[in-house]
Design a protein around this ligand. Structure first.
Ligand SMILES: Cc1cc2nc3c(=O)[nH]c(=O)nc-3n(C[C@H](O)[C@H](O)[C@H](O)COP(=O)(O)O)c2cc1C
Length: 187
């Protein structure tokens, strides 16, 4: 059986990000045949079409190559002010101007962790719209909205909530199947 390479992308860059921790938990809960690498795209500057500096091009190309080389993306993001975080949208904007555009036909699973009660749902539906415009293949279910996420992780950053662990494990199994389904779908 082929091992699927999953690229984890956090919509939050801070070191203690719950979404980053959720990606690490997903790596532990993946079934056999899946591996996770978490992208570090913090070197990508604010989008400016005029910025064609070597450093910028290298930072964008690094993430583009990671997305292009992954069998699927797992995007974990909080919502900022009811929407997608600026850093994540900024990175997507940069990649959307590269050729070949790496989100096209890419299987994607979404999850969100927020310290508010709604769990990032508003951000996820915005992300679905954005990724739909880029022709990504976003998995429909299970949806994961980790509301009040501070209560689901312990002080060491481990995801301890049993129901959330179960759901995340189920989402990883579903993603494995989704990659196979997308591969079979006509272009
Ligand atoms: C600029 C900003 C806007 C935020 N807006 C929301 C929001 O609309 N809804 C929400 O549930 N939480 C919101 N939060 C709180 C986040 O849920 C919380 O900071 C969360 O821990 C961020 O995710 P992270 O831990 O992965 O960095 C906001 C936080 C920031 C910094």
């Amino acid at each position: 059986m082929k091992t699927f390479k999953i690229l984890g992308i956090s919509g939050s860059l801070r070191a203690r990000s719950y979404n980053h921790l959720a990606l690490k938990a997903a790596a532990q809960l993946m079934p056999e045949g899946m591996t996770l690498e978490i992208a570090d795209y913090s070197a990508i500057p604010l989008y400016n079409q005029d910025d064609q500096s070597e450093a910028t091009r290298a930072a964008v190309e690094r993430l583009r190559a990671q997305v292009a080389g992954a069998d699927a993306l797992l995007i974990a993001s909080p919502e900022y002010n009811y929407s997608v975080t600026g850093v994540l949208k900024n990175a997507i904007d940069w990649l959307s101007r590269t050729t070949p555009q790496p989100f096209k036909d890419k299987p994607v699973a979404l999850l969100s962790a927020t310290q508010g009660p709604v769990g990032g749902a508003r951000n996820q539906y915005e992300l679905r719209k954005i990724l739909g415009g880029l022709e990504a293949m976003v998995m429909h279910k299970p949806e994961i909205f980790m509301g009040m996420c501070q209560n689901r992780f312990d002080d060491k950053g481990e995801l301890t909530d049993a129901a959330t662990r179960k759901l995340l494990g189920e989402q990883m199994v579903a993603l494995q199947a989704w990659i196979g389904r997308v591969a079979l779908s006509p272009a």
